[in-house]
Design a protein around this ligand. Sequence first.
Ligand SMILES: [Zn+2]
Ligand SMILES: [Zn+2]
Ligand SMILES: [Zn+2]
Length: 282
Amino acid sequence: MVFKLDLHVHTLSRGKVYVDDRQLKAAIKARGIDGIAVTNFFDIEHARWLKEKLPEHTIIVGQEVWSRDGHVIGLGMTHRVNDFQTVQKTVEDIHAQGAIAVAVHPFMHHGLGAKAIEAGVDAVEVYNGIIGGLGVFNFLAGRMAQKYKLPRLSSGDTSSADFIGWNQTHVDADTAAGIIEAIKRGKTRVVRRALPLPWAFLTHNLLKTPHLKPWPVHAAPCLVCGEAWVISLKASSCQCMGCGVVDRSHLACCQGHYYCVGCLAAVGHAKALALRQREYLS
Ligand SMILES: [Zn+2]
Ligand SMILES: [Zn+2]
Ligand SMILES: [Zn+2]
């Protein structure tokens, strides 16, 4: 049978739940899909919890791992993989637990680029809905998948229940338990749809408007104040609030807070665990 899935969804971001079990159930039903892969950064606990809560749907436990070389997703995971390792070690850790590694948005926003091939990823996200309006980056990903004959995925990369399932990967598998293996064997077909580009958010971003709220379609709230992390055209010197290291970065909170990737992972994971105890485990 064919499983209709959105294989890259963020339900929790930096200490805040964006899609809870009720919203996820409604979104799956409204979009007519079979399920999703929950691929949060720094944490797989919310994914495991959602899988337990919604046994009637296909919920794949995943993690978007921030390797030193770029973002890579593990699908079908049982343990969290450490962030900020080389991509080779990251892919090795994903494979060691019987999961598959996917190069997501390989040519944009911390993508792996050609390193994905050397690292031995199992599949490529040839269409990422967030950058769907910026065609060239997805085009390059598609070309890489074709050149190296790798399985193709399309996903939303969203943290908003409203956009879950706009992008789908149709996987031809006998049972839900066989989905990961079927992806690996290339039994996929992609359905693409660009998510709206956040012009208002980007304008405020460029104008350096203070107290900017995170863009809910792909939310990256500050771990300190909860306001948006923003991109600047020019890298500036930022001091990490965790370890004190001074980096040059294009990305920081609109209020000036900054964490290096290592501290972002550690604090993000601690916040996700605290949240599990307080909020989403009843
Ligand atoms: Zn990413
Ligand atoms: Zn993502
Ligand atoms: Zn902040």
